[in-house]
Design a binder for this molecule. Structure first.
Ligand SMILES: Cc1ncc(COP(=O)(O)O)c(C=O)c1O
Length: 444
């Protein structure tokens, strides 16, 4: 989006804001009997318009740095920081256990907010320390025997693949990587073929929705259709997609989903969650148990919790947990469709500008793309590009082969610069990145 378009949006939003919410506007439109079509246009315009001024005013860090490392950890809105600090203060004044009781409603809200965000029930949610712990609790709850097959994708997250390799070595299970299609995303046709192959029982489909090292969005819904038809459990790593795209577990059809708080959700560090479809809960034995996950009912017996919180443990960072709920409510207040539109628009603009720079190559794949943009500059090591950008006030990240052994070497890549946008970024910040790029070094 151009600077002029940004300006028009800000002015339009300023005009609309004192005239109250989109609902009031729609009521107004109906009451003056505007034609239906106009109402629809108005509805989508209201969704499309993003109050950048408000987003940035809520984000203190946005005035200090061009933060294009949202796939690492986004800048939190002040509402989140305030909620975390308020609970730490409560703890210091009341005592930790007493503060947790006093804030029970806020803690409960976190579960309700997650349920609302991903379209599930509250008892299908476990809040844990990060996405990896969430994913591990689900994966290690499954049992495998020799010859059982685990189907995954080239974009799978490093920690997940390490876990596959460990379990394969322990149990004799086999890990198969589904081919990519011509767009560089998981090939649904190849997945179908592998599911039809009767050489061994497919015990799990586990894929990553959006990889850490690129802008592609894997076709998670199509995978869900095949997983359901085959009756195979489906574990989705949605760590990089939750918060930047609408993610609905019913539409996707996954049985298990892991996500983190600090990335596109803009929550506190050290937070994450696991979704467990109720219908498969009782088939899963958590790999770790404590007196929160289970009740000790007799000296030699225990009973597992009846809900997904059997994947949690007792002690938790309550301030962070409350902050996660506030971050999700904040995201919901913008609307995930509107967030996706804004984020993908900025990312598209950044890719276009990078492509126009001599010696710069953009590496993102996939039919549908998100807010993660990856690139290299000819002859300039990725770390050097990142340092140069940091010196000029632009935060980015470097992804290396060690995070993507299944993906980057195949594409002839050993390191790439990752710039990941969020809705509070501006067009001007994209230009700041472009202006700060080092020149390509010829002959490389
Ligand atoms: C795709 C993907 N999955 C999982 C993770 C792990 O998330 P966490 O650090 O919250 O455990 C990451 C982190 O970058 C990721 O990019």
């Amino acid at each position: 989006m151009s600077a002029a378009a940004d300006w028009v949006l800000v002015q339009a939003t300023r005009w609309l804001r004192p005239r109250r919410s989109p609902l009031v506007l729609m009521y107004w439109a109906q009451s003056v009997r505007l034609p239906r079509l106009l109402l629809q246009v108005q509805r989508s315009t209201v969704l499309w318009m993003f109050d950048i001024e408000r987003a940035r005013a809520d984000t203190p860090g946005a005035s200090r740095v061009a933060h294009l490392n949202n796939a690492g950890a986004a800048l939190p809105p002040s509402q989140v920081t305030e909620a975390v600090i308020a609970h730490l203060r409560r703890e210091s004044e009341l005592g930790g256990y007493e503060a947790a009781s006093a804030a029970a409603d806020h803690v409960d809200r976190t579960y309700a907010a997650i349920a609302e965000l991903i379209g599930c029930e509250r008892d299908e949610v476990a809040v844990v320390e990060n996405a990896t712990r969430a994913w591990d609790m689900a994966f290690y709850a499954l049992s495998f025997k020799p010859g059982d097959r685990i189907l995954t994708c080239n974009a799978e997250y490093a920690s997940n693949v390490i876990a596959f390799l460990q379990v394969a070595a322990r149990t004799g299970a086999v890990v198969e990587v589904v081919d990519d299609d011509e767009h560089g995303q998981l090939s649904v046709a190849d997945l179908r073929r592998r599911l039809d192959d009767r050489v061994g029982e497919v015990k799990l489909i586990a894929i990553t929705h959006v990889p850490t090292q690129g802008g592609l969005v894997n076709p998670a819904e199509e995978v869900g259709v095949l997983a359901r038809a085959a009756g195979v459990p489906y574990l989705l790593d949605a760590c990089q997609s939750v918060g930047q795209l609408p993610v609905d577990v019913t539409r996707i059809g996954c049985d298990l989903l892991s996500a983190t708080g600090r990335k596109f959700l803009r929550g506190p560090r050290g937070t994450g969650f696991l979704y467990v479809r109720r219908s498969i809960l009782d088939t899963l034995e958590p790999p770790l148990l404590d007196l929160h996950a289970a009740t000790w009912t007799a000296p030699d017996r225990y009973v597992l919790r009846a809900d997904a919180r059997r994947f949690e443990n007792w002690e938790a960072n309550y301030a962070a947990k409350i902050g996660l709920g506030v971050a999700i409510d904040y995201a919901l207040s913008w609307g995930l469709d509107a967030i996706e539109r804004r984020v993908t628009g900025l990312a598209r603009a950044l890719r276009e500008r990078l492509t126009a720079v001599n010696g710069v190559t953009v590496h993102d794949q996939g039919q549908r793309r998100c807010g993660i943009v990856t690139f290299t500059v000819d002859g300039v090591p990725a770390e050097e590009v990142k340092l140069r950008l940091t010196e000029r006030g632009v935060n980015t990240h470097v992804s290396r082969t060690s995070s993507a052994q299944l993906d980057m070497p195949r594409r002839g890549l050993s390191e790439i610069v990752r710039a990941s946008v969020h809705y509070y970024n501006t067009d001007g910040e994209l230009d700041q990145l472009i202006d700060a790029l080092p020149s390509a070094r010829p002959g490389s």
